[in-house]
Design a protein around this ligand. Sequence first.
Ligand code: 5AD
Ligand code: SF4
Length: 474
Amino acid sequence: MDNKVIDESRQGEVIEMTPNNQAGKKLYLESYGCQMNFSDSEVVASILAKEGFSTTRNLEEADVILLNTCSIRENAETRVRNRLTDFKKKKEAYPELVVGILGCMAERLKKSLLEEEKLVDLVAGPDAYRDLPNLLQEVGTGQKAVNVLLSRDETYADISPVRLDQGGINAFVTITRGCDNMCSFCVVPFTRGRERSRDPETIVEECKDLFSKGYREVTLLGQNVDSYRWNITSKGELKDSSKPTTNFAQLMKMVALVSPLLRVRFSTSHPKDMTDDVLEIMAAHENICPYIHLPVQSGNSEVLNRMNRGYSREWYIDRIQSIKRIIPECAISTDIITGFCGETEEEHQDTLSIMDLVAYDFAYMFKYSERPKTLAERRFSDDVPEEVKSRRLNEIIEKQLSHSLKSHQQQLGSLQKVLVEGPSKRSDDFYCGRNGRNSMVVFPKGSAEKGQYVIVRIEDCTSATLRGKIEQYV
Ligand code: 5AD
Ligand code: SF4
């Protein structure tokens, strides 16, 4: 995957678009989990907009409530269940209200949510969004509507997602769906199905369209972007001999050429598949951001083997060395799971030591949460006591905070090219935006405008943010 989890403050974010049909029904759409879910919600909004639905941020005026759900850890599911319980009360007061769940919890919990707990009327899995108009009609006739079929080829390639942050600067563009990796802890292959890549022409077209609408940054999304392949089978054979093949490095180049003013990011890279080709393309294009999210999960080869990650500690370190050699200024972030089945104190120490070795700029850190159906649930025992998981997680977080702070301190005094994203959260007198390395930078507005690039001199920092002043307008 491992798609980066969306910033905590955006979890449960409500999305809204300008009504395109005043007479139509109102859709309230809430998203949880990773960037892929937020991107999928835009596909859903697009499909339902064609049916006359407009989205609303006001729950009170909604005719249909859809929650785009996440199953990755147990607490993600708990949050959604609590939310559904709130909606149940609303439904009692307003029986025509339709409540549905989309995304990763659909397959796993369809029976209990629909039939046993009667919390929802509609359940649609990640490959069933084209069927939503029919499902809503079925609900209208008093039936419970379900479609959780997973597809081998659905990529929604032809659907132009409705951008839910109109006037936005950065957009997600999905390039692959599903995952074939079967990491032993991960539920995604079960909830999102087999991996498939999207036609590169449709990706480039979408990026061009976004650029023409004022977007200045695209993030290419896939559970494992490095396994993107178009027109090649997994055995390396051509699917259609009259057409060219495209791999991830080539796709990135195609997107980078859309415009030098369009920044390109991507997520998520997989250590077993990330090639030097990709790094060289990054180094060759100024508008491909020098930032890689490369989930390590653990620093110990035995644990990585139990996790079925397909690489060892040594292999991972070799990939990091390649990044540092080919793109010396590249920022690196990671995901870490602590307290995986059978993890010993020594194995935990290996995770701490690889953190020191890489000196990650940022990390998402989690306690292992056993998920139904996964290889780990079937093969191993979730035997690291909760208090040990918590203590190890705290050690990991503490180390990461010191590394994040150091990474920012090293940027003090430097000039950073920042894409202005909008007013900072704390004050309207300040803008915020990220540099290529994905650090958030806050600075007085000056005469800059949203969507413009500015050069900022960094004067101060915390482990989370850089602060400075505009030195130059680009
Ligand atoms: N328990 C804890 N963390 C998990 N992740 C995936 N599955 C689990 C699980 N069962 C983490 C991984 C992945 C990130 C998106 O979520 O670190 O990279
Ligand atoms: Fe990522 Fe592995 Fe899960 Fe695939 S199976 S989504 S690679 S963590």
